[in-house]
Ligand binder design. Structure first.
Ligand SMILES: *Cc1c(COP(=O)(O)O)cnc(C)c1O
Length: 447
């Protein structure tokens, strides 16, 4: 019989009963207590700068005062907390604001589905609906994609490690290489279309293409807009839907509200989660072109589809976008980030490569071991930061969009210090790594 240590023992560490599955807390092992915008303090009063932003769930920083005020007012007025999909005034206000601030100015015609409140729920709903609408089973997903951990979304995810946890076959996904500067991404799409049209290719027509326009977990690879437009036209040719997974890249992370705006495409289904509530509260949204809204009532249910606290903060967050200064400040931060990332990559051309776009940028290291050392050292320097990419070789800079200039500079300084220490000539003398320009590199300013 397994006996748990008694919680009464003197030096019992409550975190020791947390499952082995925990991950981020291994590199960032402090116990965090409070936070404001991009600054976080732990139990000992130590101050950190947040370049992680809960993986993009805190685009407006921690405890944004405008969002917090609305939430406190709502709770103090005994506002409804959870409501499944009943009508509530909080949901009505969100829908009205989303329509007026996001859909109408962009002339986007979508209906809104609230799935369970996580990104993987939104992806499951999108995949189910695309299969239902087209009566086809296979979905095209791309190398290095990340779409979530539940089985349907995991089947579309690339990571062998994550897929290994499934325990059952992950099927009905056709994998194509993600847009890369090195391979001819557009040709790959055209060849695939030709194969599907060939009656003896053995390749079934797909229900949908699911794509991130910038791969968040996959290594901050940016899909060129010609490739995204080719993807849209190939999908149209094949009668398949285009699903943009904007869970991480959406809500302003790449600059505009949606990441696909720069490519001028019009996806059939869009998944949003992470920062849609704006406050870090669980919430997800699936946007569906009206002609594809073929759900029957209750066909995709979920108890927590009505997180009204999230609706309240989401409405307040969309309100921020009505302020031109809010948007121009983000553009300024983006440029500062861009200059720093390009600058440091130019300082170490053999070891570093600039990645990303907007407020999701990073550095790819020729040697993944050094990436780990830099991340660990940056955390010791008081920076919350993580790695991504197939070999955890890409340092990911994901500060809040609202980070103050001084705090951004301080964070970048702390990071620079970590990079300099790990790449100092004395230490690097014996290493002979050379950065092969990665195929995924497609970093150019698109204006
Ligand atoms: C985080 C993420 C998901 C999954 O969201 P969860 O809320 O963790 O389920 C799906 N797609 C992308 C692109 C993500 O970054």
């Amino acid at each position: 019989m397994n006996v748990h240590p008694s919680p009464i023992v003197r030096h019992f560490d409550p975190f020791s009963i947390e499952s082995n599955v925990r991950s981020y807390c291994r590199r960032m092992a402090s116990t965090f207590r409070r936070a404001l915008n991009a600054e976080v303090w732990d139990d000992e009063g130590r101050r950190y700068i947040d370049f992680l932003s809960a993986c993009g769930a805190l685009n407006y920083g921690h405890n944004h005062p405008a969002l917090k005020a609305e939430l406190l007012k709502y709770i103090c007025g005994d506002g409804i907390a959870t409501s499944m999909d009943l009508h509530t005034s909080a949901k009505r206000a969100f829908l009205a604001k989303f329509f007026g601030t996001v859909l109408l100015p962009r002339r986007l015609d979508y209906v809104i589905q609230f799935p369970g409140p996580t990104g993987t729920n939104a992806v499951e709903a999108a995949l189910k609906l695309a299969r239902k609408v087209t009566k086809r089973r296979d979905v095209v997903a791309f190398t290095n994609a990340f779409h979530g951990m539940s089985l349907g979304a995991l089947a579309a995810t690339g990571s062998r490690f994550a897929r290994g946890g499934a325990g059952v076959p992950l099927s009905h996904v056709h994998r194509l290489p993600f847009a890369c500067a090195g391979n001819d991404g557009v040709k790959v799409l055209h060849d695939y279309r030709d194969a599907v049209c060939d009656p003896s290719s053995g390749i079934e027509a797909p229900a949908a293409f699911i794509v991130e326009t910038v791969q968040g977990e996959g290594g901050l690879t940016v899909a060129p807009y010609e490739w995204l437009r080719a993807l849209e036209s190939v999908a149209r040719d094949l009668g398949a839907l285009v699903i943009v997974d904007d869970v991480q890249a959406g809500c302003g992370r790449t600059g505009p509200f949606f990441s696909f705006e720069r490519a001028n495409i019009f996806p059939d289904i869009v998944c949003l989660a992470k920062s849609i509530s704006g406050f870090g509260l669980p919430m997800a949204v699936v946007l569906i072109k009206p002609q594809f809204d073929r759900w029957r009532p209750a066909e995709h249910n979920g108890t927590f589809r009505g997180n009204n606290h999230a609706f309240v903060t989401a409405t307040a967050a969309l309100g921020l976008w009505e302020n031109k200064k809010f948007q121009s400040d983000i553009t300024t931060r983006e440029q500062e980030l861009w200059n720093w990332v390009d600058g440091i990559a130019a300082d170490y051309p053999r070891f570093l490569e600039a990645r990303g776009i907007g407020m999701m940028q990073g550095l790819r290291f020729a040697d993944p071991h050094i990436a780990v050392e830099v991340a660990d050292r940056a955390v010791r320097n008081g920076l919350l930061i993580e790695l991504c990419g197939p070999h955890d070789e890409v340092l990911k800079l994901l500060p809040p969009l609202t980070i103050e200039q001084e705090v951004l500079e301080e964070g970048l300084y702390r990071l620079q210090d970590a990079i300099r220490a790990c790449l100092s000539p004395a230490r690097m003398g014996y290493r002979r790594y050379r950065l092969r320009r990665s195929e995924g590199s497609s970093r150019k300013r698109e204006t």
